[in-house]
Every structure is written in structure tokens, then in C-alpha cells.
Design a protein around this ligand. Structure first.
Ligand code: IMP
Ligand code: MG
Length: 171
């Protein structure tokens, strides 16, 4: 396992800490967790179980418009939320922030829907790749510029089920 970056134990410990922090910060409120499919699914299900508060969940899915619009970061919502955000304490849950373009676009879309508050929890951050600054409230791990798979993260839709996070360096 020379490609191991973050073991399942390291992930579980950190996700537990993040849940505790969120629980403290949202005491007396009811966070509305919005997960970005599909990558954030594994993280969201673990994180939510580390938060001992009444909470709700919803999901959306995005796909980028393709290489030509990559720099604009424009993304298409391929699945929208089931519920509105008006007056909710919205916590967006994402797997990884790389250039930041996807999250930046998404946050603008969601902010326009009138949540009472908006915070962001991500498992991984690759700050060296950032093209646009996005404000993130909870970060699991800051990592180097390496392509990673596992714990929800894919390469060509595969490897999402790996329990650890590994560096992918080809088949
Ligand atoms: P961004 O718009 O460049 O921040 O891209 C974010 C999206 O790219 C994430 O939600 C992931 O789906 C994907 N992504 C970025 N880096 C990785 C990686 O190392 N492994 C798997 N997916 C990644
Ligand atoms: Mg993603």
C-alpha cells in the first residue's frame, strides 16, 4: 500500500473532530447539510453521524460544461435540490476543493436562494491549485497537488469505494 495517503483511521478521527466542531458551532440550530454528488456522499454520511443535533440533508449533482468553459468554472446542475433553502442554516458538504471553480460557482447559486447562513465543510483541500479564492469553514486535510482516490473520490467513476484515500498514479 505505498500509495496510501490517509488511512481509514486517520479519516475517521478527523471526521469525528469536524463533527464535534460543527455540533458546537450549530448548538441550538438545525443545520441543513447539502452534499455534492457523488464524491461527497461518503464524507457526508460519516460527518452527519458525528453531529448529535437535529439536522436535515439534501443533495445536488453538478457537471462542468467542458474544457472550453473550464476557466469560467461554470457548472451545470444535473440534479437540483429537493427542498428550498429559504431561512435555513445551510452547510455545503464537498469532497475536495482543487481550483475552487466548482464550489465558487455553486456557492453563488445557493446563496441566491436565501439561506439564513451558509458555511462550507470539505474533506480535502489542494491550495496550491486554487484559481479562485473560496471561503471554507471546515477543512479535513490540506494535501499536496496529487490526484487522490477513495472514500468517495473517483478516477473515471471508479475507486469511490476504497476505504482509505490513496494517491492515484495510473493503472
Ligand atoms: P475544482 O472546481 O477544480 O475545485 O474541482 C473540484 C472537483 O474536481 C471535485 O469536486 C472533484 O470531483 C474533482 N477533483 C479534484 N481533484 C480531485 C482528485 O484529486 N481526485 C478526485 N477528484 C478530484
Ligand atoms: Mg466533486
Amino acid at each position: 500500500m505505498s500509495n496510501l495517503l490517509l488511512s481509514r483511521e486517520q479519516i475517521a478521527t478527523r471526521v469525528g473532530e469536524m463533527g464535534q466542531q460543527i455540533q458546537t458551532d450549530y448548538a441550538g440550530r438545525e443545520p441543513h447539510l447539502v452534499g455534492v454528488l457523488k464524491g461527497a456522499c461518503t464524507f457526508l454520511t460519516d460527518l452527519s453521524r458525528a453531529i448529535d443535533l437535529p439536522l436535515t440533508m439534501d443533495f445536488l449533482a453538478v457537471s462542468s460544461y467542458g474544457a472550453s468553459t473550464k476557466t469560467s468554472g461554470e457548472v451545470r446542475l444535473t440534479k437540483d435540490l429537493d427542498q428550498g433553502l429559504d431561512g435555513r442554516d445551510l452547510l455545503v458538504v464537498e469532497d475536495i476543493v482543487d481550483t475552487g471553480l466548482t464550489l465558487n460557482y455553486l456557492l453563488n447559486v445557493l446563496r441566491a436562494r436565501g439561506p439564513r447562513s451558509l458555511k462550507v465543510a470539505i474533506l480535502l483541500s489542494k491550495p496550491s491549485r486554487r484559481l479562485v479564492e473560496v471561503s471554507v469553514d471546515y477543512v479535513g486535510f490540506t494535501i499536496e497537488d496529487r490526484f487522490v482516490i477513495g472514500y468517495g473520490l473517483d478516477f473515471n467513476e471508479k475507486f469511490r469505494n476504497l476505504p482509505d484515500i490513496e494517491i492515484y498514479d495510473g493503472p
